[in-house]
Design a protein around this ligand. Structure first.
Ligand code: NAP
Length: 317
């Protein structure tokens, strides 16, 4: 029997309804939740991404501010812009749109964001808090992948989990999240000697690399849960192996993940399709981070004793 599909859309919908309620509740208390995106230059993909953030904000009743800055901006001036947003009480979350021009140290600028307004959950403080199980401002893609897995309500205790890819924003945090559920976690990367030997042991396999079809069916344990984070554009091929062309005679392309989807679907128990799996949840997690930041800020401003973080992970046994 083919694997069941682990879809991000329905979960994202439910979460967005919750976020809308939080935003409406905060607005009733005089706090309009607001996300600010800092965009340097006007790369079409970055502009498009900012536009999609704006639409997502609108959907949940969140205000959106775009801070468009010239391509030629200096690093110091960019940091000043971030600091102005840090100091602006009407802004609850900040995104620094990447990539930045090569002469700017993106990590240094990202670290200038107040961790309490770190919408993407990539500040070292928030990554560090993950070690303690605090996910208030967690890296969006990792927490989206984890949320999908947890939506299955399975007992993860003692399961073999293999994460392929060790980036700061996906692979490493995902490994930490799985550890909190008492999975035995293996992280694979570019220096891993025999990737298949590891992936074949995985009850839970998370692949976040960015290489189309890196993981083949023979590398997957029958019955595994497969979370495919990768997003890759590949050419569409005709039966004869030649590139398929669109109406304008241009090569057609499609989006695929990092796993060889069709044959793996035949042997896995659950699988996230690409597109449609992790992707729809990622932006939702970003909105969730901002709404939580706004709620916590309100409590702090009222000098109430802040609630214990709502997002402590369940330490299941
Ligand atoms: P990244 O920063 O480029 O990290 C990729 C990781 O894969 C690195 O740790 C790299 O190791 C490792 N790697 C490279 N080749 C490998 C191999 N042959 N075997 C094992 N590991 C290998 O990328 P990322 O930001 O983590 O993103 C990963 C993928 O997820 C990308 O396709 C990205 O587009 C996608 N993504 C999807 C979403 C979503 O919402 N669905 C969001 C973010 C990212 P080294 O660093 O040692 O080379």
């Amino acid at each position: 029997m083919p694997a069941e599909l682990l879809l991000g859309g329905p979960l994202a919908q439910t979460l967005r309804e919750e976020i809308s309620r939080t935003c409406a509740d905060l607005a009733r208390q005089g706090r309009q939740v607001c996300l600010a995106t800092v965009l340097v230059g006007a790369k079409p993909e970055s502009v498009m991404y900012a536009r999609s953030q704006e639409l997502a904000c609108k959907e949940v009743g969140m205000e959106f501010k775009l801070r468009s800055l010239p391509e030629a901006i200096t690093q110091a001036a960019l940091v000043n812009e971030i600091q102005a947003l840090n100091a602006d009480p009407s802004v609850n979350g900040i995104i620094l749109q990447l990539p930045l021009p090569a002469r700017i140290d993106a990590q240094a600028v990202q670290r200038a964001i107040d961790p309490r307004k770190d919408a993407e959950g990539v500040h070292p403080v928030n990554l560090g808090l993950l070690v303690y199980g605090v996910t208030q401002c967690a890296p969006c893609t990792a927490i989206a992948s984890y949320h999908l897995l947890k939506s299955l309500n399975l007992d993860l205790y003692g399961k073999e989990a293999v994460v392929v890819g060790h980036s700061q924003i996906v692979g490493k945090p995902m490994g930490l999240l799985l550890l909190h559920d008492f999975c035995t976690v293996t992280t694979c990367h570019v220096a891993t000697q025999d990737l298949a030997a590891h992936t074949r042991r995985a009850d839970i396999l998370v692949v976040a690399v960015g290489k189309a079809r890196l993981v083949k069916a023979e590398m997957v344990k029958p019955g595994a849960i497969v979370i495919d984070v990768g997003v890759n554009r590949v050419p569409v091929l005709k039966r004869n192996g030649k590139p398929a062309l669109d109406a304008e005679g241009q090569p057609r392309s499609k989006t695929v993940g990092d796993v060889d989807y069709a044959p793996i679907r035949e042997i896995a128990s659950w699988i996230t399709p690409v597109p449609g799996g992790v992707g729809p949840l990622t932006t939702t997690m970003l909105l969730r981070n901002v709404a939580q930041a706004a709620r916590i800020r309100l409590q702090e401003d009222r000098r109430e004793h802040p609630e214990p973080p709502t997002a402590w992970l369940p330490f299941e046994r």
